[in-house]
Structure formats: structure tokens, C-alpha cells
Design a protein around this ligand. Structure first.
Ligand code: NOJ
Length: 990
């Protein structure tokens, strides 16, 4: 059951409740994750069995996996190798036939799948009269993959393979090679002749095949000592046989029994990365970026990383425990190489990570010691379906993974500004009041959020008639400053009379079913509820209709949606989620699709927002808590119910960084911490860190004190306001970074290893970040009372303090002052950063504001940067309506240029957009690290394409400033008046 901190029923907002809530705030209880609500590996039968197999293999010197690729079955056609792997079952009898495919893709990625023939053909029997599908779940790709599957024409079988092996060359110029060993079955993936990834090197492959349950005669009940002895004997026997059947046929946890109509069916494989010391990815966990090992030992975990989307509120720091979302994509990194795997499986999955160190050989010169990372992937059901990426750079990996699962959606520009949320703004007047206060205190914000209490008795698509009396008026009020409202809609639908939404769900059977095939009932916020099944196309159709303006009355074009609790959270279900033997559309068991389920829900909401009104097409905004590979195409995510504690602020950085390198970069954490009341200092530091979350939202639990930035009081309110203004000032840089993510899969905030892939000393650094390709390097303060931070510089470029241009240079750690009012932010020399300096109340009001370009020179005196700009709202950018400029400062010639990066022909949409931006200009150019020789210089020459003859070469004033102490010199060109969408040059030597 969920925590008592949750409020279940739907009490009216009465004075009594408010008083009660106020009292609660005085006594904030100590909150902790309820460990016992969630399984450990040895409580999850298939995990325990496969870990046991790993232990048995490790303990034996002669272990071989009983799996062999039948050489006679191998065929190779059109970039795909097929064959049959034969498993010799422990219990003897017929060999189990496992159809294998290895597909070589044009992108240089390979894909391996292993299925089970009997189940493909439906030649199995289900127990308990179950209606579930007989096949192994084979539709994960349908939900996760959107491209990148073109088969490589050049892939070819090698003529020279030794006996017992098959080799295939693939990838660019045949640089990649898959070496397939027949017995025991295994594959090595090589790049340039060097092995990068090994499958089944440790012999842990395991496909638990279908078998008939053999009913054993009921045993006589023994008592006391005798019973104990008997059990011990049984365990020993199991141990010897290496098979523990106790969890094959049913499993009980927390009072809930899983009927497992198909018996045991897990798939597992060991995947090793020889020579790779670091592995990253497989969110979502509250861990460091470089994943710790999971088999015990000092400071390490003794549980595998678990991927089983769950409502783990008040979660624990530094833990491999599962959280709300799952992305089974892992990358291994070493100097000069990044490789990775994507384990495409939607079922509960556990991943063990171990490292094997080889020390240097003192006798053999030049033999360096190295570390291999070994991983063991274990899923409860489904196909074995793995993609293998051979890099060699981190950018190659994020691009190729993005080609498969899609790049992050290009958001509306408001969505990357600041969001103000709490559970709950209690009336429409309250919303307007908060909005006014932001204005009164001149604090920028774009979006205000409504949590579940806005609904009428937790019935989604309704408004509480007493508290939200006039939602239309509220929306209009917000729209005046171009502001938006996000309302929550969860997947559980209240099961009561007189509620048309549930009536239709019942009539058309659009909800998830129980194992008997009836509609499943469970508990969530509204009490008795049903869960929409968005695997069903009919449900999607129905869902879309619910968001039409004439259906969800009171909403407007500035309403957007928050999808919460979509793991799904079921308060009375096993592990606070759905029974695994529930059935989804197509009779797939919930077990098979659990991790994908949340994504189908927010996808449906995204589609609904696209179609709210005929002819009105705006980019949707949907926030989701549960996610899977592919969620990035239609939503943003946040890291769920964190705590107002320093450790949670600290953990948010590696978590959000990890999202970025795992293909879902539009991510953030609740600023201020969800549970509990942050001190003013923590709140302030959290805002200073939160401005670097791609998704930036303040949020708080219903039992907490109000904490809108204007309530913090002096000096905190002013300091938070400065932080928010910094985010707004840099929105052009953020938007450009989002565009890069949208087109290349690059993370929006980037860890050190991603930016400096050859800098070994920085591979594990996860407490500082780069913003896109801007060279902005931030190190948020996450320690109480700190007045400085230690920033790690990975190269010898000058790094300038963003605010006062103090210069730090030299590889290694540097101390940067960080009193409360200071945000440690540096600019790496060599970049040009676009920004907008005029403080406004919302980002929408900045649309036609002029730009400032900050040119931070590198050692050689040069710099580069880009700017991407579109209408921030529609899909016109897909028809060419955008500005994409490259700025370059050539130190030798002293010339700054703006050139066009937008390829493609002129379209009517582009012309219209350029026209709308024609008057938007660059109002200031700041050159940081300006050469001393500019001292005394009064003018620069500005040339703009298409300008009138008289204005073609105009002189503009420049002012030079000499830095003091460690401060760099800088120069400012004021109002060169060049258009942001135009080509131009500024000649600093002319
Ligand atoms: C759980 C979410 O994580 C939290 O953000 C939200 O406020 C509550 N549900 C209530 O909807």
C-alpha cells in the first residue's frame, strides 16, 4: 500500500482541510521509501533463478552453456543471418528449437533476436484456462522503434571463417565484424579487428522454454525438525540439478499471487565489454552516472539494477532500485571508444554489472592493466532482442539509438521556460493570484500547473464546480501574458455511476482486463478505478475525442497535459502496480508490456493534443512520469517524488544527465524537492541548479508549505529571480540545444565524458554539465553552506566566468567562488553564445526581442556557435520556416561572420517567418578574451547582406575593457543593427 502521506479520497477544500494541511506543515514527518513494497532479486523468481545460474557458472571450471547454433540451419540473405539455436534441456528430452536472426543494419548497428519455435507456432498449453497469447511478446519494436532498420546492403559472410564459426562483415567499409561461435553459441562484435562486445562469453545465456507442469503428488505434512530437514534436503537437490522450480508456476508477493499461466519464460544473456571500465545508462535509478557494480564489495551494490516501472515515492538515494521509467540502453566507454547495447524488452528486467580487472604484466613490456565490464541482463518474458552499437564516439551512439527510437520532439518555446506547480493550486482565483504575484515581483514564468484537486471528485475531464468555477476566464487571464496551464490527467478512471467517461470505457471494453478477461478494477486517487488500455487502437480513438475543446470543456489552446501515475500505479496491486497476469489488447499479458505501458498512455495524450481542433495544429506538451525507449518522441519526463533534501538535489544531476545520454533528454527533477519543506538556502540552490534541467519545474507535495519564489523573502527571492532570469536570458541557447537533440540525438545537458571522450580523468564526473554545444559549463552547488565549488576543466582552453570573465585555465580542478548569490557558470573559450538580455514576464513576450552574442575566444583567439530559431509553436519549421545561423569569429582575420546553416529551398512558410523576424536584430556583441591590440580601438566595420547601399559598410562603435587580475579583457560592440536572420560580417580590424 502507498504511504500514509498520500491523500486518497477527494475531500472538498474546506477551511478544516486547509487548517489541517497547515498543521501538517509544522510537523513534516521523516519519509523513506517502503523497501518492503518492492521486490529484491531473490523475491523475483526469474531473477533469482538466473543469478543462481550465474553463480553456478562462476563456481565451475567446466561450465558451458547448453546452447548450440545448428550449422546446417544457417542461411544469410539480404543482410540477415538466420538459423536455429538448439538448447539441450537439463531435464533431458527433445532439444528446444530457438530461431535466431542476426540483422546487420545500414547504420552499422547489428540486431540479434532469439525466439522459441514452439511458442511461435502456438504449440503450447496455458494453465488455468488462460486466454493469454502463446507467443513470446514480439511487439516491443512496434512501440519503441521508428526507424534505422534499413538493412545493410554491404554486409557479407566471410569466406574465411574457421570451423565452428560464422563471420559477417558489416558497417562502414566492412570495418565491423560479427564472429558467431556455434557451440556454445556466442557472438563477438569487433570493430577494426578488435572485440568490443561479447555475447555469452560467461555462458549465462538462458531462454526458459515452455514446458508442461508435472503435477507432483501432494506431500504428507511433516512437522518440526523433520519438516526443516526435508526442506534443506530438497534445496540441496535443487542446487545440484541447478534448477529451482519453486517459482516456476506461481509466485506470491505482498499478498498477491501471480498465476503465471505460461510457467517460467525468462530470457537472459551475459554481455561483456572488454577493456571498458565505465558503463552508463539504463535509467531510471538514483545512482551515479558511471554505474557501480552490483555483486557486493565496498561501496558497491549487492542488488542488480532493476527496470520495472513503479511508483517508488520518497525514493532512496544511491540505489539500484527501480524507479518510474525504464530505458534498457547501456553504453560502455573508454578512451577512444564508446559502444553499447539496447535490450528491447518490455518486461521486468534486472541487470547485474561486474568488473574484472587485469593487472599489468610486469614481465611483458607494454602490457597495460585493464578492466572489463561484464553485464548480465535478465528479463521475465518476451524475446531476446538486442541491438549492438559499435560507436566509436558517444555522439555516434546517441545518434544511432535516436535513429531507432526517435529523437526528442521539438518543444514549443514555452515548454523550456519555467513551470510553476504544486499539489495544488486550489481555486481558479488562487491560480490568478499566483500569476499576479509573479508579475508583482517581476519574476518570469511561463506555465502554471494543476494537480488532481482541480477535478470534480477525481473524475478527469471535469472541473470541481465549487473551486474552479470559471476555467475559461482563468485561461484567458493567463493568455494575456502568453502563459499556459498544464492540467493533470491520469490513466485510472473513476469507476462510478453518472460519469460518461467510465460508461463508455465499460461499454466498449477499453480498459485493461483481469486474468479472467473481465475489466480490471483497482484503487488509485479516485478510489475504485479502471485503467485505459492504450495498446488498443479503439482506446486511442476514444482518448483523442476526450480532449476536444467541446468535450473537455473549460480548456483552451493554452491548456497542456501532465500524465502521472502511468507505471501504472495501482494502490492495492502487487508492488503498487498491476497484476502481471492482467490482459491487454491482443491478449498480451501485462507482464510482457509492463515497462511499455506508460509510454502508450502519454503517446495517446500527445496524439489527442494534436487533434483538439481541426486546423489548429500546435506542438503538444505532455509530461510523463513513466517512460520507455521512444518516450522522447512525445513527452518530457521528471524524476518523480524526490525529497527536499540536499542529497536529492545532488542526485538529480547525474539522473538528468543520464536521461540525456539515454535518448530522453527533456528531463528534470522537482525543484525544491517534492516531499518536505526545503530551507531557504536549499530552495535557492535548487533553483540555481534547476535552471540547468532541460525540463524546469518547481513542484511540492500537498502537505508542504507554499514556496513560490516570491514567498522566499529577501535575499532569497531576489537571488532566485536572478537565477530564473539567467534561464530566460539563455533561452536562445537552450532552444538551439533542443534543436540539436531533435535532429541528432545529442543530449541537451552533457556530462564530461560526452564532451571530452578522451579525457580519462573526467569519465566519472557527473556533478557538472555542459549546456548543448554552447561551451557553457555549470557546476551547481549541492552542499549546504558551500561558498565555493571545485570545477573540473578537461582541457587547456581558457574558461571564463559567465558574469565577470575571471579566467580559469589548465586541465584539472579549479576553485570557483560560489556565495549564495553566485551561480558557478563558466564559458569554455571557443564558443559563441546567443542570448536575449531584456527581462520579461514570460518567454512568449521575448519573441521579437533583440539578441546579444557573447564571443568567448579560445587560446587561438577564435570562436564558433550556432543559433536555431523558429516560431516556437507550430510545425511550420518542418516546412523550412526557421532561422539557423552559424557564427564564427576568425581570430587571425579579426572577422565575425553570420552564415546560413539552413539548407533547402525557400518556401512560403519560410518567407513568412523571415518577414516576421525581419526587424529582430543583434543589439550587442561581447568579445571575451579580446586581444590587447584592440585597446584604444573606437570602431569596427559592419557589413550586412541585402542592406541598402549606404548601409553596406557601416562603422559601429566598440569599447574595450581591460580586465583586472585574473579577469579577461573584453570588448563590446553596441548595436551593430544586423538582422538575426541575415548574413553579415563584423570586421574588428577594419
Ligand atoms: C504523484 C506525482 O509524482 C506527484 O508529482 C503528484 O503531485 C501526485 N502524484 C498527485 O497527483
Amino acid at each position: 500500500m502507498a504511504s500514509s502521506l498520500r491523500i486518497r479520497s477527494a475531500p472538498r477544500w474546506t477551511a478544516v482541510l486547509l487548517l489541517w494541511a497547515a498543521l501538517c506543515c509544522l510537523f513534516v514527518p521523516v519519509v523513506m521509501v517502503k523497501q518492503h513494497d518492492f521486490k529484491k532479486c531473490d523475491q523475483s523468481g526469474f531473477c533469482k533463478r538466473n543469478r543462481h545460474l550465474a553463480d553456478t557458472a562462476a563456481a565451475s571450471s567446466s561450465w558451458t552453456a547448453p546452447y548450440a547454433l545448428d550449422a546446417a540451419s544457417i542461411t544469410f540473405k539480404d543482410g540477415q543471418l538466420s538459423g536455429t539455436v538448439l538448447k539441450t534441456p537439463k531435464e533431458g528430452g527433445e532439444k528446444v528449437r530457438l530461431p535466431l536472426t542476426v540483422t546487420f543494419l545500414e547504420s552499422g548497428v547489428a540486431r540479434v533476436t532469439l525466439d522459441e519455435e514452439k511458442r511461435q507456432k502456438g504449440e503450447i498449453e496455458l494453465r488455468h484456462g488462460s486466454q493469454a497469447r502463446k507467443e513470446r511478446y514480439n511487439e516491443a519494436g512496434k512501440w519503441a522503434l521508428v526507424g534505422g532498420l534499413k538493412v545493410a546492403e554491404g554486409a557479407a559472410l566471410s569466406e574465411k571463417a574457421e570451423k565452428g564459426y560464422t563471420k559477417v562483415f558489416y558497417g562502414e567499409a566492412g570495418k565491423h565484424q560479427a564472429v558467431i561461435r556455434h557451440e556454445p553459441f556466442g557472438i563477438e562484435f569487433q570493430r577494426d579487428g578488435e572485440t568490443q562486445v561479447k555475447f555469452n562469453d560467461r555462458g549465462l545465456i538462458n531462454v526458459e522454454h515452455w514446458r508442461q507442469k508435472v503435477e507432483k503428488p501432494a506431500e504428507e505434512k511433516k512437522e518440526g525438525e523433520e519438516e526443516k530437514k526435508e526442506e534443506e534436503k530438497k534445496e540441496e537437490e535443487e542446487e545440484e540439478k541447478g534448477e529451482d522450480e519453486s517459482t516456476w508456476w506461481e509466485e506470491t508477493f505482498g499478498g498477491n499471487t501471480d498465476s503465471k499461466p505460461r510457467g517460467p519464460e525468462s530470457v537472459s544473456l551475459d554481455i561483456s565489454f572488454p577493456g571498458y571500465e565505465h558503463v552508463f545508462g539504463i535509467p531510471e535509478h538514483a545512482t551515479r552516472l558511471s554505474l557501480k557494480t552490483t555483486r557486493g564489495g565496498d561501496g558497491n551494490y549487492d542488488e542488480p539494477y532493476r527496470l520495472y516501472n513503479a511508483d517508488v515515492f520518497e525514493y532512496e538515494m544511491d540505489s539500484p532500485m527501480t524507479l518510474y521509467g525504464a530505458i534498457p540502453f547501456m553504453q560502455a566507454h573508454r578512451k577512444g571508444s564508446t559502444v553499447g547495447v539496447f535490450w528491447l524488452n518490455g518486461a521486468e528486467t534486472w541487470v547485474d554489472v561486474t568488473k574484472a580487472k587485469t593487472s599489468a604484466n610486469p614481465l611483458s613490456l607494454g602490457t597495460k592493466g585493464h578492466t572489463d565490464t561484464q553485464t548480465h541482463w535478465i528479463s521475465e518474458s518476451g524475446l531476446l532482442d538486442v541491438f549492438i552499437f559499435l560507436g566509436p564516439t558517444p555522439a555516434d551512439l546517441t545518434r544511432q539509438y535516436g535513429e531507432l527510437t526517435g529523437y526528442t520532439a521539438m518543444p514549443q518555446s514555452f515548454a523550456i521556460a519555467y513551470h510553476q506547480c504544486r499539489w495544488n493550486y486550489v481555486t481558479d482565483e488562487d491560480v490568478k493570484d499566483v500569476d499576479r504575484k509573479f508579475d508583482k515581483f517581476k519574476i518570469p514564468y511561463d506555465v502554471i500547473w494543476l494537480d488532481i484537486e482541480y477535478t470534480h471528485e477525481k473524475k478527469y475531464f471535469t472541473w470541481d464546480p465549487l473551486t474552479f468555477v470559471n476555467p475559461t476566464k482563468m485561461h484567458n487571464h493567463l493568455d494575456k501574458r502568453n502563459r499556459k496551464l498544464v492540467a493533470i490527467i491520469d490513466p485510472h478512471i473513476k469507476n462510478v455511476g453518472d460519469y460518461p467517461v467510465i460508461d463508455e470505457i465499460k461499454k466498449k471494453e477499453l480498459a485493461v482486463k483481469n486474468k479472467e478477461g473481465g475489466l480490471f478494477n483497482g484503487h488509485c486517487w479516485p478510489g475504485d478505478s479502471m485503467w485505459v488500455d492504450c495498446f488498443n487502437p479503439e482506446t486511442i480513438k476514444f482518448w483523442k475525442a476526450l480532449f476536444k475543446y467541446d468535450s473537455f470543456k473549460g480548456t483552451a489552446p493554452n491548456t497542456f497535459i501532465w500524465n502521472d501515475m502511468n507505471e501504472p500505479s495501482v494502490f492495492n496491486g502487487p508492488e503498487i502496480t498491476m497484476p502481471k497476469d492482467n490482459l491487454h489488447h491482443g491478449n498480451w499479458e501485462h507482464r510482457d508490456v509492463h515497462n511499455i505501458n506508460g509510454m502508450t498512455f502519454h503517446n495517446a495524450t500527445y496524439q489527442a493534443l494534436l487533434e483538439r481542433k481541426k486546423g489548429e495544429i500546435r506542438r503538444p506538451f505532455v509530461l510523463t512520469r513513466a517512460f520507455y525507449s521512444g518516450s522522447q518522441r512525445s513527452s518530457a519526463m521528471w524524476t518523480g517524488d524526490n525529497l527536499a533534501e540536499w542529497s536529492h538535489l545532488e542526485a538529480s544531476l547525474p539522473m538528468v544527465l543520464n536521461q540525456g545520454i539515454s535518448g530522453f533528454p527533456f528531463a528534470g527533477a522537482d525543484v525544491g524537492g517534492f516531499f518536505g519543506n526545503p530551507s531557504s538556502e536549499l530552495l535557492t540552490r535548487w533553483y540555481q541548479a534547476g535552471i540547468y534541467y532541460p525540463f524546469f519545474r518547481g513542484h511540492a507535495h500537498i502537505d508542504t508549505r507554499r514556496r513560490e519564489p516570491y514567498l522566499a523573502g529577501s535575499p532569497y527571492t531576489e537571488i532566485i529571480t536572478q537565477a530564473l532570469r539567467l534561464r530566460y536570458q539563455l533561452l536562445p541557447a537552450w532552444y538551439t540545444a533542443f534543436h540539436e537533440a531533435h535532429t541528432t540525438g545529442a543530449p541537451i545537458i552533457r556530462p564530461n565524458f560526452w564532451v571530452h571522450p578522451d579525457d580519462e580523468a573526467g569519465f566519472a564526473i557527473d556533478d557538472q554539465l555542459y549546456v548543448g554545444s554552447t561551451g557553457l559549463l555549470a557546476k551547481p552547488v549541492t552542499k549546504e553552506g558551500a561558498d565555493s565549488v571545485s570545477v573540473y576543466l578537461a582541457d587547456g582552453q581558457p574558461y571564463y566566468d559567465y558574469f565577470d570573465y575571471t579566467t580559469y585555465q589548465g586541465k584539472g580542478h579549479h576553485t570557483v567562488p560560489a556565495p549564495l548569490e553566485k551561480i558557478p557558470l563558466l564559458m569554455q573559450g571557443g564558443h559563441i553564445i546567443p542570448r536575449r538580455d531584456r527581462p520579461r514576464r514570460s518567454s512568449g513576450l521575448m519573441k521579437f526581442d533583440p539578441f546579444t552574442l557573447v564571443v568567448a575566444l579560445n587560446k587561438e583567439g577564435s570562436a564558433n556557435g550556432t543559433l536555431y530559431l523558429d516560431d516556437g509553436e507550430t510545425f511550420d519549421y518542418q516546412q523550412g520556416a526557421f532561422i539557423h545561423r552559424r557564427f564564427a569569429f576568425d581570430g587571425k582575420r579579426g572577422i565575425l561572420t553570420s552564415t546560413n546553416l539552413a539548407e533547402g529551398s525557400r518556401t512560403a512558410k519560410l518567407d513568412a517567418f523571415l518577414k516576421s523576424m525581419a526587424r529582430v536584430r543583434v543589439e550587442k556583441i561581447i568579445v571575451v578574451g579580446a586581444p590587447k591590440s584592440w585597446k584604444g580601438k573606437k570602431e569596427v566595420v559592419v557589413m550586412e547582406e541585402g542592406a541598402k547601399e549606404s548601409a553596406r559598410r557601416k562603422k559601429v562603435a566598440i569599447e574595450f575593457f581591460e580586465g583586472k587580475g585574473k579577469q579577461a579583457d573584453w570588448a563590446v560592440v553596441r548595436d551593430p543593427k544586423v538582422g538575426i536572420g541575415r548574413g553579415w560580417k563584423v570586421d574588428f580590424l577594419g
